[in-house]
Design a protein around this ligand. Structure first.
Ligand code: FES
Length: 494
């Protein structure tokens, strides 16, 4: 079965030009502009890399969405550590896998995994603490095994040495261009603020770009998630008061309220008067033996693959879920021709609820625990057992989709938490406490998983920040009411 989806029932797609590239000496084909990892997956390459320490096989979709998912780092045209999921295929490139010898499919260094009990975390610090010389040699050997001790290419040096883009003040910086960030940027810009909208992706829209399910829109009616964010993104791009910085990462939120942003042209340091954190959230994995096998994928990565790249993750899937989202993803997989071997809900029958999800005509197991993922280099099945102690069941599949809830991407906020500007549990049970007045949080970063609520929350926060009185100086610690103390990082104040 060809993994390419030629007729998607819900999301339109115009295939680009078919191009050829070289993969470890073989010629493969893909479509211009699609991620290199997707092209490899569609061509049947399941092992994209090996883990740093134990050299366990890594495939697409395992930790996607987390900062710097290491599963798809590839060597492209001689440059190491290129994220395959974030690199569009141009055609003509030479692609190799990393951290393996002689190759990632048959990696002899994978023998380390057999002896993992003897090399636990931080073993080198204890083993060589009496001999710094041995420790140094061991570090070098480990560097080679982990694939990090590589020659730095002239291209990498040129990129690192690129001059910065200087500092710039802005009335509002919105970090994250998903539903909440777009709604916030537009409502603040409509109210007259100059907004810088920063997003890591090449396209605005966040996780909703891969959502075909309808989302209620303000004013009534609903719209498929991808169409809704495409419409908002087009409005933001055309808005005279919104500067869109895509492919750009906010590196941190530092003393003086500085927000360095790594853009494709270099580092731009923003000094925002107001800040909205709309960085979204991450899919959570489930813990079971073999949950890192190629073929075990998080729900968001699967949606991206089928609804944006139009490539099936496999032929037969088991969907393991702890929430209603897993049911929606199972339905979307079925709609594009993936057989659902079973839908396994880890919640007991009483907690699954009725009316939340449309019934799917697939084998449905509730109250089951995952025992292990089967297979060596790629998943070949899943063993599950009823939580009340019945017999274990083996379900044959080549994909396991995990939907186990989401975790806020709150790193920017936690950075300020470390500095004492905001507090955890300021009010009992409310998580991160109230941020300072010129700072807002909306959408997944605030723990809001419902897209309609995220939209409303973003619009509300954008409007609130637009009313926040302008300061004579850009937003900077200390915020009102906070005592000054020396900065541990050597900054001027905090
Ligand atoms: S980002 Fe590529 S496999 Fe996760």
């Amino acid at each position: 079965m060809n993994l390419r989806i030629t007729a998607h029932p819900a999301a339109p797609y115009a295939r680009a030009r078919r191009v050829a590239f070289t993969f470890e000496g073989r010629t493969l084909h893909g479509y211009e502009g699609e991620p290199v990892s997707t092209a490899l997956h569609a061509a049947g390459v399941r092992v994209l890399s090996r883990s740093f320490k134990y050299h366990r096989p890594r495939g697409i979709g395992l930790t996607c969405g987390t900062p710097s998912c290491p599963s798809c780092q590839l060597t492209i045209d001689g440059q190491y550590g290129v994220p395959g999921c974030a690199t569009p295929l141009r055609g003509g490139e030479s692609v190799r896998r990393e951290r393996a010898w002689p190759n990632a499919d048959h990696d002899l260094l994978g023998v380390i995994d057999r002896f993992s009990a003897f090399v636990p975390a931080g073993f080198q610090f204890r083993l060589f603490r009496r001999s710094p010389r041995l420790a140094h040699l061991a570090e070098r050997a480990m560097g080679v095994i982990a694939g990090g001790a590589r020659e730095v290419t002239p291209g990498a040096i040129a990129r690192a040495a690129r001059p910065g883009l200087g500092r710039r003040r802005t009335a509002l910086a919105v970090v994250g261009g998903g539903a909440a960030g777009l709604a916030a940027a537009l409502s603040a810009a409509d109210a007259g603020l100059e907004v810088a909208l920063v997003d890591q992706g090449d396209d605005l829209g966040g996780t909703l770009r891969a959502e075909t399910a309808p989302v209620p829109v303000p004013g009534g009616g609903d719209e498929p998630g991808f169409a809704l964010v495409a419409r908002l993104a087009a409005r933001a791009a055309a808005h005279p008061s919104v500067e869109v910085l895509t492919g750009s990462t906010a590196l941190g939120w530092y003393e003086g309220g500085l927000l360095p942003v790594h853009t494709p042209e270099g580092v731009l340091v923003l000094r925002p008067d107001r800040l909205l954190v709309a960085t979204g959230d991450y899919d959570q994995p489930l813990l079971f033996p073999g949950n890192d096998r190629p073929g075990v994928m998080l729900a968001g990565a699967v949606q991206r693959l089928i609804n944006i790249d139009h490539v099936r993750p496999g032929r037969r899937a088991v969907v393991v879920t702890a929430d209603a989202h897993g049911y929606a993803v199972a339905a979307q997989l079925r709609a594009v021709g993936v057989e659902i071997a079973a839908l396994v809900d880890v919640r007991p029958q009483t907690a699954v609820g009725t009316g939340v999800v449309a019934p799917l005509e697939v084998p449905h197991l509730t109250g089951h625990t995952v025992l292990e993922a089967l297979g060596r280099r790629r998943v070949t099945g899943l063993a599950v057992r009823p939580q009340d102690g019945g017999r274990a069941v083996r379900l044959g599949c080549d994909v396991v989709v995990v939907s186990a809830g989401r975790r806020p991407a709150e790193e920017l906020l936690l950075q300020r938490l470390y500095h004492g500007d905001i507090m955890l549990d300021a009010a009992p049970g409310q998580g991160v406490g109230e941020p300072p007045g010129g700072v807002g949080v909306a959408g997944g970063a605030a723990g809001t998983t419902d897209p309609a609520l995220a939209l409303a929350q973003g619009a509300e926060e954008g409007a609130r920040l637009a009313r926040w009185p302008p300061r004579p100086e850009p937003l900077q610690p200390p915020w009102p009411g906070r005592p000054c103390r020396p900065s541990p990082s050597g900054g001027t104040f905090e």
